[in-house]
Design a protein around this ligand. Sequence first.
Ligand code: C5P
Length: 222
Amino acid sequence: KNNIQIAIDGPAAAGKSTIAKLAAEELGYTYIDTGAMYRAITYKAIERDIDLENEEALTQLLLETKIDLRPSVNGQLVFLDGEDVSDAIRSNIVTSSVSAVAAHATLREEMVKRQLKMAESGGVVMDGRDIGTHVLVDAELKIFMSASVDERAKRRQLDNERRGIDSHVEQLKKEIAERDKMDSERQASPLVQAKDAIYLDTTELSIMEAAQHIIQLAKERM
Ligand code: C5P
């Protein structure tokens, strides 16, 4: 069997998307960044001035919204109703609001439906918070990826610099910890390591090393 499913979960800024993207490329698999989907609907809700606590309104909004993830040379582009929002969904306001939106159960149900459809073609690397526990529950390989908060804040800082977003490490540390807390403590599919997931600490690993490790584990399961 050549086309397996790889689920990668973990806290914010652990390097999931960068590493998952690399591994997917190397394996010739489809990469699906589910965080980008939650970010996209959050962006739209903010634009429309919708109350982020209003589960019904947000779920209705999602039902009327098209979110496309398209592969590109430097990763993945995100289209919201046909508009490229790849950069806009990384803004501070979206980052600090997304966990509130992602906490709603009915909105998550619709997201999971879409994610399952995207994974139908087989040969996927999907990253998020609930992929191993709720989305790709039968994935052949599940990884729970983490790194120290210091390291994660440093990485996010570099990321932001590259994107031209102003930020400070201490502030980032606070934001990351807050988001992890919200994502871990919510009722609807909280961030938690799946029983059958392999724990991967990337604090001391380069992006390449972490990707190679995942590729190795994937090959053992093909
Ligand atoms: O991965 P990223 O940091 O872009 O995810 C943004 C937010 O989207 C997370 O903090 C979380 O609240 C939400 N999320 C989620 N379930 C997923 C992916 C992301 O709840 N599968």
